[in-house]
Design a protein around this ligand. Structure first.
Ligand code: COA
Length: 313
């Protein structure tokens, strides 16, 4: 696949570690030391609005006619509605009349799963695709739970792609309802008239930490193997932005210089499916990655899900 344009949208409201320490028993020092996160953005608009803003920026950056877009896929676990999908709302907002639009829920790996689906669909009959990662995680975060509320933030990233050099993929899932989950609406067998409410995100931090390191290492190695390349052939790794210590551990275990990992979690925290999309956009706009560079995108998340893609910019 070939990336034609990049975009992102981040809410204006910045919530610092000090702000959170007024809500839960924590401190700026603890959060920075254990995660590397200083700030995160909190949205006052829904997921589809951030998605539309990022998408519009990517379309403008690609300098294409919006009517040429025939596929829209949005990765998200915090859709505005059960239906219509965020992708359909973006389609309506931007008037992308020639597209097929749908969402993918792969939690924090969602953007990588979406790219894999897009790569396949471009080999069928689709020509130009808009791929978005968008989340308003603050909708599912319990701001009395210091375990989770320090980690997550809101935002969106998007790219426009067409058929190009083959991209390589490794993706995997392992069904698990213990270490990382957010419950959906409950059953209604008694046919009660009730208010429908969703559940907050629950996490066993230590278990997720261990899983994340193993998952990232496996995903990087497998995609290199798939492409028949070594880490020295890779210009940059753009990882899911969950915790600086996870990246440091992976870098150390794999003997990869940490500077090869593009990081921006200090300012945004973990934006789930948006995280790799935002980081990819920032890496390109800051000229950290350039045309022809070989880049690995790698992620992990609830599901459990994990995966990677190796693309040429
Ligand atoms: N502020 C201060 N203390 C906190 C805290 C906070 N926000 N959160 C937890 N603690 C406390 C714990 O209660 C514990 O205290 P105890 O020893 O008295 O029980 C202590 O700090 C150590 O907790 P622990 O869970 O071992 O910390 P940690 O070093 O593993 O860091 C996480 C916790 C959540 C930062 C870390 O486990 C992590 O990042 N896990 C992966 C999470 C992730 O990436 N999730 C998203 C996946 S897509």
């Amino acid at each position: 696949m070939k990336i034609l344009g990049y975009g992102k949208s981040l809410p204006n409201k910045i919530v610092s570690n000090d702000d959170l320490s007024k809500l839960v028993e924590t401190s700026d020092e603890w959060i920075i030391q254990r995660t590397g996160i200083r700030n995160r953005r909190i949205s006052d608009v829904n997921t589809s609005v951030l998605a539309s803003q990022a998408a519009l920026e990517a379309i403008n950056d690609a300098q294409i006619d919006k009517d040429d877009i025939d596929l829209i896929i949005c990765a998200t676990m915090t859709a505005d509605n059960a239906t219509p999908s965020v992708a359909c709302l973006v389609q309506k907002e931007l008037g992308l009349e020639n597209a097929t639009a749908f969402d993918i829920n792969g939690a924090c790996t969602g953007f990588i799963y979406a790219l894999k689906v897009v790569e396949g669909l471009l080999k069928l009959n689709h020509k130009k695709a808009l791929v978005i990662g968008s989340e308003v995680m603050s909708k599912v975060i319990d701001f009395t739970d210091r375990n989770t509320c320090i980690l997550f933030g809101d935002g969106a990233g998007a790219i426009v792609v067409e058929k190009g050099e083959d991209a390589y993929f490794f993706t995997k899932s392992k069904g698990n309802f213990d270490v990382l989950y957010a419950e959906g609406t409950s059953l209604n067998t008694d046919l009660d008239v009730k208010e429908i409410t969703g559940g907050f995100l629950y996490m066993d931090g230590r278990e997720v930490f261990k899983f994340a390191i193993r998952a990232m290492e496996e995903a990087i190695l497998k995609v290199l193997e798939e492409a028949n390349l070594t880490i020295d052939d890779i210009d940059m790794i753009i990882p899911h932005q969950a915790n600086q210590r996870i990246i440091s551990n992976v870098a150390k275990r794999m003997k990869i210089d940490e500077s090869k990992f593009f990081m921006n979690l200090e300012e945004y925290g973990n934006t789930s499916a948006a995280s790799v999309a935002i980081a990819l956009t920032e890496a390109k706009k800051q000229n950290v990655i350039k045309e022809k560079d070989k880049v690995i995108l790698v992620g992990f998340g609830a599901g459990l899900t994990w995966g990677s893609t190796l693309i040429e910019i």
